[in-house]
Write a protein that binds this ligand. Structure first.
Ligand SMILES: C[S@@+](CC[C@H](N)C(=O)[O-])C[C@H]1O[C@@H](n2cnc3c(N)ncnc32)[C@H](O)[C@@H]1O
Length: 269
């Protein structure tokens, strides 16, 4: 079947002539072209003296840049406020029981960073090279900062398709406590409710329809539980019913508990 999704044209740019050699290497590593002008570009990956950022030039609905920032700004604020309780509860992350987590849909690493900031060791897997490059840039800066260095050191990033990683783990018997999934939900509308970051990521990745496959693979691999983030009101991923859920104002976490010794997910919290 032919896909109707248009692959966006992405170019690399830099904000200063001094960054050109670095931008050149980045473009080569991603198989992209270095653009001196933005004609014919849907998305621009731009290296600045502060960070790596992604823009959608000429798209009046998506102004501003997306970049990964764990030290200051919203993520830094969230970290200082103690993080997101619902995610931590869903993953079963307690102060004296840090978990080993495979975040199989890494994205911009926000959920992974919350978990790492609360002591979890997180292996993040992201399959889109541009998204992985943005995340690698944010993690590198977080590693070098005294407030975030410890948490960032608990995160490793792999550029790969999680389906392959999960299949390898099932083959070798390697297990982590938790597999965390946050597959992109199909765009609901162009409303402001769908955050700009998510809409730019959606431009990059297109619709993702392999959530059910990821869940099945995750259930073979997680030792304790699989956690799936969904928009509140969205159906659960195709597959077995979750053991329980934690629902907030806009988001729901479906938890699939693994019975000791394997088998189908256990019922109840
Ligand atoms: C909604 S975003 C995740 C956001 C993330 N939880 C955060 O806190 O920033 C979904 C991401 O999963 C990635 N993804 C989807 N399927 C994947 C797969 N099979 N392997 C690796 N990454 C995948 C997409 O490229 C996208 O970046």
């Amino acid at each position: 079947m032919q896909s109707s999704v248009r692959i966006p044209r992405i170019s690399v740019a830099c904000s200063l002539p001094a960054l050109r050699a670095q931008a050149d290497r980045l473009a080569a590593s991603l198989g992209l072209r270095l653009a001196d002008d933005q004609t014919g570009t849907d998305l621009l990956l731009r290296l600045t003296e502060r960070h790596l950022e992604l823009l959608s030039p000429g798209n009046r609905e998506l102004t501003g840049a997306v970049f990964v920032e764990f030290v200051v700004g919203k993520a830094g604020y969230r970290r200082r406020q103690g993080g997101r309780e619902m995610l931590l509860r869903a993953v079963g992350c307690k102060a004296k029981q840090p978990r080993k987590v495979l975040d199989a849909t890494g994205g911009l690493g926000r959920d992974a960073f919350i978990l790492a900031d609360h002591g979890c060791t997180v292996r993040v897997v992201e399959r889109h090279p541009v998204i992985a490059a943005l995340l690698a840039d944010g993690l590198r800066r977080a590693l070098g900062h005294p407030e975030t260095g410890e948490a960032a050191a608990r995160i490793t990033l792999t550029l790969a398709d999680s389906r392959h990683i999960l299949a390898d783990m099932a083959r070798t018997g390697e297990q982590l406590d938790v597999v965390y999934l946050d597959p992109m939900f199909p765009p609901r509308s162009k409303s402001a409710k769908v955050k700009k970051d998510l809409r730019i990521l959606q431009l990059l990745t297109g619709p993702e329809e392999d959530g059910g496959t990821l869940l099945a693979a995750a259930l073979q691999t997680a030792a304790a539980r699989v956690v799936v983030k969904r928009p509140k009101g969205a159906p659960a991923l195709p597959g077995p019913a979750p053991s329980h859920s934690h629902a907030g104002a806009t988001t729901r976490f479906d938890v699939y508990l693994r019975p000791a010794g394997g088998g189908r997910p256990a019922a109840g919290p």
